[in-house]
Design a protein around this ligand. Structure first.
Ligand code: DAH
Length: 342
């Protein structure tokens, strides 16, 4: 018995464990309940009682040393497995994380918002799915106004007069209405956002684009206040040399109304392809808020007056970044967006 223990002890010491298969063979051969060590334990009962404690002790030591080898080999195997599966190569350069970037439209909108918020304007937003009522009626559009035409407006529902019609807003002006219904004057807000029009898609026009609306209502607000605000904005946005031109125009929700041109900031007003040789670029529509619109929103036009303006954002983005197709602003092609990661 003693000899058997010693020779098994030696066998265990000499056993080479190099592969997972070796490890498994070792485990099955020596340490399991039907293994060689357990077999020796079962012979313990036939040992001379006087010898039993000593032999028992030897057997225990044998079992412990086999278990210890097994644990050591398992740990080693686990360590090499994780090393090889991760393929650690300390000389590899670190992994680069992709950082997102602000979309060019948001960059320009951000600049515009900053300029107006420095002048004390708050920001208001409204839904892109809008009621016909806010998009047109409340803004003093006559029922048969051509802007309601199916050609321009994406109607979501069109039930005649049975139920309120829902559409994709064609401009940000309905947010003015929502703000006036919601707040008491004095009011000073800008409303940035997406608008939708059913236009022929080309490099210059798309079915969705961005506008920034402005609304200012207080006592004794005049057209001079509007001009001063627009001048200040244009100088900060397009440069201090920029000149402005206010052309009389018509919008149902303003009276008087104007369209504003700035000297083309590509050619400095000399005339180029972008400004179609005129030297001017149109940037917005504006005017004094029509008394009917104020009344529709429960604001007394005898006490209060105000101006409003609405400008396109995308054109400035295209010119600023020399992008020649408006569709690129909406397709989210990473090859284009990655150029703005700075
Ligand atoms: N809503 C007009 C458009 O989309 C732009 C506009 C003109 C907005 C005059 C205004 C304004 O607030 O006063 O063409």
């Amino acid at each position: 018995m003693e000899n058997a223990i010693h020779s098994l002890q030696q066998e265990i010491i000499d056993f080479e464990i190099n592969t997972p298969e070796d490890l498994e063979t070792f485990r099955l051969k020596y340490t399991v309940r039907k293994g060689l060590i357990a077999a020796l334990f079962s012979q313990l009962k036939s040992v001379d009682p006087a010898e039993k404690p000593r032999i028992g002790q030897l057997l225990n030591e044998l079992k412990q040393s086999a278990d210890a080898r097994l644990i050591e080999a398992e740990e080693k195997a686990a360590a090499t497995a994780s090393e090889s599966s991760q393929g650690i190569d300390l000389t590899l350069p670190g992994r680069r994380y992709f950082t997102g970037s602000e979309h060019p439209v948001q960059k320009v909108l951000g600049e515009m918002k900053k300029i107006f918020s420095d002048m004390g304007f708050g920001i208001a937003t409204g839904p892109e799915l809008e009621l016909d009522h806010y998009n047109f009626d409340m803004l003093n559009f006559p029922p048969d106004h051509p802007a309601r035409d199916m050609q321009d407006t994406f109607f979501i529902t069109n039930n005649g007069n049975a139920e309120p019609d829902i559409l994709l807003r064609t401009h940000t002006s309905p947010v003015q209405v929502r703000v006036m219904l919601d707040q008491k004057p004095p009011i000073r807000v800008i409303c940035p956002g997406k608008v939708y029009r059913n236009e022929a898609i080309s490099s210059r026009s798309y079915c969705v684009f961005h506008q920034l609306e402005g609304l200012y209502i207080d006592k004794n607000v005049s057209f001079a206040d509007l001009k001063a605000t627009i001048y200040s904005f244009a100088r900060q946005m397009f440069g201090t040399d920029v000149q402005l031109r206010f052309r009389p125009s018509f919008f149902p929700f303003t009276e008087p109304s104007a369209e504003v041109d700035v000297t083309c900031y590509l050619c400095g007003g000399k005339g180029c392809r972008v400004c179609k040789k005129s030297g001017w670029l149109e940037i917005m529509g504006c005017g004094m808020v029509h008394p009917n619109v104020m009344r529709n929103c429960g604001i007394d036009p005898e006490t209060w007056s105000g101006y409003a303006f609405g400008m396109g954002v995308d054109r400035t983005v295209l010119l600023r970044y020399k992008i020649d197709d408006i569709r690129l602003l909406f397709e989210n092609d990473l090859r284009m967006l990655k150029q703005f990661t700075t």
